[in-house]
Design a protein around this ligand. Sequence first.
Ligand code: ADP
Ligand code: MG
Ligand code: MG
Length: 203
Amino acid sequence: GTELTGARARAWLLAFADRVVADADELTELDRQAGDGDFGWNISSALKRARTGLEESGAQDPAEVFQAVSDAFLASGGTSGPLFGLWFGRLGAGPSAPWSVADLGRAFETATGAVRRLGKAEVGHKTMVDAMAPAAEALTSAETHSWREAVRGAARAARAGADSTSGMIAHRGRASYLGERVQEVLDPGAVSVAWFFEAAEGA
Ligand code: ADP
Ligand code: MG
Ligand code: MG
């Protein structure tokens, strides 16, 4: 199938949760260097809750899957909790049916715009937006009808965006208090967004 179904969205999110829970230490280490060291814990506890929510929800379409993940983030701590809660929540407001590539583009564009406004963060500020924005752009400009290929392109864009945060001086979040001293450290929020898109590969 070329559309993103609820079952595939669920498999995607479960693969993302497994990746984050397995590799949370990497994210914690980045946030320890450039923040307060709780990001790995914040995101993995949210995604563990999301995993339980997804098992219990019987979600039928992608929007319901994303909404269950949003609920889990909104119940979690840190600056990242409400921001990811909003991102997934806007995805959760997408169409109640399998998603075409055009639906994916619209949903991620809207969701990323909401995060940018709430966080007052633009590309170059060294935050999760540095991975979200190029991924959304890749989805809206994708020239394929296959959701999997489109998301693969988004994953490459998100990874390049996350990599670009090494070398940036942070303008938002705790890393902004440390300035040049943590310029070379990757932003953990952006890295986790790259992991999110990469997790679709096996779904
Ligand atoms: P806290 O600083 O409250 O401990 P977390 O550790 O939960 O926050 O999350 C840190 C991540 O949140 C950062 O890596 C960055 O990607 C993201 N972030 C922080 N502030 C903002 C913001 N204003 N806009 C967008 N993303 C942000
Ligand atoms: Mg933190
Ligand atoms: Mg904190």
